[in-house]
Design a protein around this ligand. Structure first.
Ligand code: AGP
Length: 607
């Protein structure tokens, strides 16, 4: 999705902004641009394509101590040089970068056109630059921008530079994140802290409906609607610059797969309570009495976060015997959901910025429901909107596909499941067994990762396929869903997850010798059923690969990867690790852009 970065201070802005753009690359984009202010004029460079294409225009040489830059992920107007941001008014005095969607852009364009204004792009953003130019009566820039934005319907994280006011930049937020980074006599801002971590010591998140004037020595925030001042408290940046490095790995995805043992340790840290064989979750801020009143749980998220919710729902039902369902936040928010008093809602999101998940949280809150957030990015919008929950502490996830944050989300849900279970019927011994398994999880993951070569070999047998099935039952089905999502996202191979039990009700017709199936085969009480599914596929000539545990009975498959048995509730998590590596190696064999797969963005901040 689009990214914004801005700078004002004592140094040349352009190199800092270009570095910031590189830091935002992981989010997915199709064009990029920059505007630098100097001596009453703006210098602009923008280009379709990658940031290295923009660099050919040599913007890093532009002189000036303030500027704004942008990576665009096209919504209105195709990816092109002219549609890339920043967008200017006719005089070239004001430049705007914008994330989000202006819903009344067509009407505003028509009104501006009637006044003789010619447009130089097809974007919704350009209208804001023209509105600012029309409304500038010499008042402070912040109030001119606020007046322009009061005419706008839609979502925005937005930044404005005015060649005539070289001591300030203005940013505003409504539905799309903007945060300020406070440095040493310099200020930065961005849609994602990744863009400025190297230069800022602390961070301030703008809230929806706020506008800020940013100067080298500080900032002022106000409400967009009535101009009243707001008070913000900066917090220290949690993730330092090194956390964003790829290290010796070729891809962020591979690095983040390797991060998992440490990431899980951090998710668990300080949260296991061996005295009562339960878990300690200070951030949920709900007393035991409140948790006992919970009769139903609904988990919401999108993509991999939703699938983590499916796995978590199984854990909660098994361990706490509370009816629990996961649902895509994008569906939930649009079906006028019934919000029940005795239901606990949980929003799962790596970025904490996914628009649909945020909208679901807001809908629940509006109707008086209780929502916990399971979020990775500290201070993100969903984390702040939920105000209580469990932080993953997985460290920054840069690859578009989720790996470590999927694992850590399921671990966080396991912590919650144990907590709720120990308030109900989960025994002391049961709690002890699960806590021991959680503590052992990082070492088991590390041991699986050490056997990467086995998976790489298996991957060669998938590389030429066009279609694949991923099958599983119950918790294994959640892992099949996640395995298929990873494969399709980065290798572009069509992978369909199906409950193994449903295969014979239709998709069996698609089984051929060219269509491999991956079966998630934990040694649980559904093993015999899953073995029968394998027979059904083999009888139709379909190749079958299993992720499973070592056992006495040989499984009649064409290839398998075995992981040790830890404890039934957590075994599915271990079975997922080889599937992450499988997707990675298939994508490698197919020469795909692993960290920035086509058409995808890391954090989907639009509807
Ligand atoms: C996962 O591999 C994808 N990148 C995607 O499905 C992602 O999980 C989804 O967009 C939700 O993102 P979030 O966790 O930041 O809310």
């Amino acid at each position: 999705m689009c990214g914004i970065v801005g700078y004002i201070g004592k140094r040349q802005a352009a190199p800092i902004l270009m570095e910031g753009l590189h830091r935002l690359e992981y989010r997915g984009y199709d064009s990029a641009g920059i505007a630098i202010g100097n001596k009453g004029a703006l210098r602009l460079a923008k280009r379709k394509g990658k940031i290295r294409d923009l660099e050919e225009l040599k913007p890093q040489r532009f002189k000036g101590m303030l500027g704004i830059a942008h990576t665009r992920w096209a919504t209105s107007g195709a990816p092109s040089d002219r549609n890339a941001h920043p967008h200017c008014d006719a005089s070239g005095r004001y430049a705007v970068v914008h994330n989000g969607i202006i819903e009344n852009a067509a009407a505003l364009r028509a009104q501006l056109a009637e006044r003789g204004i010619a447009f130089s792009s097809e974007t919704d953003t350009e209208v804001v630059a023209h509105l600012i130019a029309l409304m500038d009566d010499g008042s402070p820039l912040e109030s001119v921008v606020s007046a322009a934005l009061r005419l706008v319907v839609g979502t925005y994280g937005l930044a404005v530079i005015d060649a005539g006011r070289a001591d300030q930049l203005v940013v505003a937020r409504n539905g799309s994140p903007i945060m300020l980074g406070i440095g040493d006599k310099e200020m930065l801002f961005a849609s994602d802290a990744a863009a400025f971590v190297r230069h800022a010591a602390s961070i301030v998140h703008l809230d929806d409906g706020e506008v800020a004037t940013v100067r080298a020595d500080g900032y002022e925030t106000r409400r967009l609607d009535d101009g009243t001042s707001t008070v913000k408290t900066p917090s220290a940046l949690v993730w330092k610059d090194e956390a964003y490095d790829k290290g010796a790995f070729r891809h962020y995805m591979r690095k983040e797969i390797a991060d998992q043992p440490e990431a899980v340790r951090r998710t668990l840290s300080g949260r296991l309570d061996p005295r009562f064989q339960t878990t300690h979750l200070g951030g949920i801020e709900l007393a035991a009495r409140d948790l006992l009143d919970v009769n139903r749980i609904r988990i919401l998220g999108c993509g991999a976060a939703y699938i983590a919710g499916v796995a978590g729902a199984h854990l909660i039902e098994q361990l706490a015997r509370i009816p629990t369902q996961a649902e895509q936040a994008s569906e939930f928010r649009y079906r006028n959901p019934v919000i029940e008093k005795d239901t606990l809602y949980i929003a799962v999101s790596q970025s904490g910025e996914t628009f649909d998940t945020l909208a679901a949280v807001q809908e629940i809150k509006r109707k008086g429901g209780r929502v916990l957030g399971i979020v990775n990015v500290v201070g993100s919008t969903i984390a702040r909107e939920c105000s209580r929950g469990i932080y993953l502490r997985a460290g920054p996830e840069i690859a578009v596909v989720s790996t470590k944050t999927f694992t850590c989300s399921v671990v966080a849900l396991a912590l919650l499941a144990i907590n709720l279970g120990r308030l109900r019927d989960l025994s002391h011994a049961g709690g002890a067994r699960l806590l021991a398994a959680l503590e052992a999880l990082p070492d088991h993951i590390a041991a699986i990762l050490a056997r990467e070569a086995e998976i790489a070999q298996l991957a060669q047998r998938f590389a030429r396929a066009q279609h694949a099935f991923y099958l599983g039952r119950a918790a294994g089905y959640a892992i099949a869903q996640e395995g298929a999502l990873k494969l399709k996202e980065i290798s572009y191979l069509h992978a369909e997850a199906y409950p193994a039990s449903e295969l014979k009700h239709g998709p069996l017709a698609l089984i051929t010798p060219e269509t491999p199936s991956v079966i998630v085969l934990p040694h649980d009480d559904l093993l015999a059923k899953n073995l029968a599914t394998i027979d059904e596929i083999k009888a139709r000539g379909g190749p079958v690969f299993a992720v499973t545990h070592p056992g006495d009975t040989p499984v009649p498959v064409d290839g398998s990867f075995v992981v040790p048995k830890l404890t039934p509730e957590l075994d599915p998590l271990l079975l997922n690790i080889p599937l992450q590596l499988l997707a990675y190696h298939v994508a490698m064999a197919r020469d795909c852009d692993i960290d920035q797969p086509r058409n995808l963005a890391k954090s989907v901040t639009v509807e």
